[in-house]
Write a protein that binds this ligand. Structure first.
Ligand code: DC
Length: 217
């Protein structure tokens, strides 16, 4: 693997996608939001009224779906679904889809295919530990659950969703728990990842810090 692969992992709401998008622009590389792929499958299951806890059915949906990135944007079966996958109902259900081993197998295969072709920054939970464990550039972005909840709350409010801050913080903690205790590729910091706590840092401070570290090494 000769291309540049930057792995950004961390819990929900740590700012991974905002930071990764900015870095991709700054360095002129592709951006892959790996969580968006799990969200796409979750969205399709919800739309087709599939029980998210029925693993067999979710796997069936996943196996017959086409998830892709065009110009760094997510497509499901040829249709752009960027806004749909950010709905609160998708957030509340996605961890149960992402914990299914076969679903992860399909997604990781796709993520590796995309990531091997071009210089790329990927954000997710298992980029540095599982998808690209050999990359030199690994970062673990973190922030307190309260700060992460506040950021998500403001984001959703801005989009006009009717949400309650305490509920969002509760859901973030629940997601942290499911993501970090699942059997396959749980959320954890890779031993060789640089940890960045963004609780008291601005977006640009985090971006500049990571770009500097990448350029240095
Ligand atoms: O980053 P996000 O909130 O869009 O992620 C959505 C869900 O997908 C989250 O519950 C964790 C899961 N996920 C994962 O298991 N592995 C990834 N590489 C990315 C996300």
């Amino acid at each position: 693997m000769n291309n540049l692969v930057i792995a950004i992992d961390g819990p929900a709401g740590a700012g991974k996608s905002t930071i990764s998008k900015k870095i991709s622009k700054k360095l002129g590389i592709n951006y892959i939001d790996t969580g968006a792929m799990y969200r796409a499958i979750t969205y399709k299951c919800l739309k087709e009224k599939i029980d998210i806890l029925d693993e067999k059915k979710v796997i069936e949906i996943c196996e017959k779906s086409e998830v892709d990135f065009i110009d760094n944007k997510i497509y499901l079966d040829g249709k752009s679904i960027n806004d749909e996958i950010r709905m609160q109902i998708v957030s509340a259900n996605v961890s149960n889809v992402a914990k299914i081993a076969r679903v992860r197998e399909i997604m990781v295969k796709k993520q590796r295919e995309i990531g091997q072709k071009n210089d790329v920054i990927l954000d997710g939970r298992d980029v540095g530990t599982c998808i690209f464990p050999n990359t030199k550039y690994k970062f673990y972005l973190n922030a307190s659950p309260e700060e992460r909840g506040k950021r998500r709350y403001l984001e959703l409010k801005e989009k006009g969703e009717n949400v309650v801050l305490e509920d969002i913080i509760k859901e973030i903690k629940k997601r942290d728990y499911i993501d970090s205790t699942r059997k396959v590729a749980p959320l954890t910091k890779a031993e060789d990842a640089i940890e960045v706590d963004s609780t008291n840092m601005s977006v640009d401070e985090v971006v500049n810090y990571i770009v500097k570290k990448v350029r240095e090494s």
